[in-house]
Design a protein around this ligand. Structure first.
Ligand code: C2E
Ligand code: MG
Ligand code: MG
Ligand code: MG
Length: 292
């Protein structure tokens, strides 16, 4: 509206835009400082959100999610600072640090639990992404087969041959590739034949109204069928209710992630969480076999 109604309207909005630009610049400076702090006080942290297998109730993996506790603002959402980091190139440093930290943390987990790490489209442009991933694996001793990279279709948007080559290279050493936020982009289906993904993560917006009459259950069903036909697994994001979980299981979805099972937690809580879940599961199996 500001654009079409001309110069005066635009000038009217200017002070507001100035404030936005200043705010962004401030946050960028603070973010630089936080990156320099690394994992120290006032720096960045990596939290982990577990993923649950819907068939056997086992924890299949955990997703690394970056966290920033700002000294004055408190927690700043990645949804707010990742875009700034992408615009400024800071995402390269953040991404490298998250990857190294997460691989090191995951190396101490049970070896049937995978690590998933989000990779920004910007990181594919640097040309050193594959090397950095190999270095993080080598330093941490985490087997490549336990690492999964989550990418969005933005990576493949311009039929980017360089990005595809990196994905194939990582695939060749055993790293798994997941397509994140599936269904939220422009022409999602067309990206599925550009690369043989291992997993599709069904976006939270489809899970949100899966239980509503005429909701997204049929869409989720279609995605699950499509994935199965192409030997991909499916993970439902943002599962918050028992009913959503039950429906997803009925629809044949492989895994779920969401607050119903667990939010993301700090690294030092993970071993306890794995052990607790294992003992709960064993107890449940025990009582089920007694009933039989
Ligand atoms: P994402 O990769 O799709 O991650 C899922 C987001 O959903 C996370 O938000 C997670 O905390 C949130 N979530 C999980 N379960 C539930 C639920 O049951 N209900 C609701 N309402 N939300 C749930 P978070 O941690 O704020 O991250 C937001 C986005 O920021 C991520 O979306 C990802 O795109 C990006 N991000 C986070 N960490 C990194 C990172 O290390 N590198 C890059 N490049 N991006 C990151
Ligand atoms: Mg993700
Ligand atoms: Mg996602
Ligand atoms: Mg998402």
């Amino acid at each position: 509206a500001a654009k079409s109604s001309g110069r005066h309207t635009y000038r009217f909005f200017e002070p507001d835009m100035d404030a936005k630009v200043r705010e962004r610049r401030q946050l960028e400076g603070d973010l630089r400082h936080a990156i320099a702090q690394g994992g120290r006080e006032g720096g960045l942290e990596v939290y982990y959100q577990p993923c649950l297998g819907l068939k056997d109730d086992r924890i299949t993996g955990c997703e690394a999610l970056v966290r920033w506790r700002h000294p004055e603002r408190g927690w700043v959402s990645p949804a707010d600072f990742i875009p700034i980091a992408e615009d400024t190139g800071l995402i390269n440093e953040i991404g490298e640090w998250v990857l190294a930290t997460a691989c090191r943390d995951a190396a101490s987990w049970p070896d049937d639990i995978r690590l998933a790490v989000n990779v920004s489209p910007v990181q594919f442009k640097s040309g050193t992404l594959a090397l950095k991933i190999m270095a993080a694996l080598a330093t941490s001793n985490l087997p490549a087969s336990r690492l999964e990279l989550e990418i969005t279709e933005a990576v493949l948007i311009r039929d980017d041959d360089a990005a595809l080559a990196i994905l194939h290279q990582l695939r060749a050493i055993g790293v798994r590739i997941a397509l994140d936020d599936f269904g939220t982009g422009y022409s999602s289906l067309s990206y599925l034949h550009r690369f043989p993904f291992d997993k599709i993560k069904i976006d939270r917006c489809f899970v949100e109204d899966i239980a509503r009459p005429d909701g997204s259950a049929s869409i989720v069903q279609a995605v699950v069928n499509l994935a199965a036909a192409r030997r991909m697994t499916t993970t439902a994001e943002g599962v918050e209710t028992e009913e959503q979980q039950r429906l997803l299981r009925t629809l044949g979805c492989s895994e779920m992630q969401g607050y119903l099972f667990s939010a993301a937690k700090p690294a030092d809580k993970m071993l306890e969480l794995f052990a607790l879940h294992r003992s709960r599961r064993a107890r449940r199996e025990g009582s089920e076999s007694r009933r039989r």
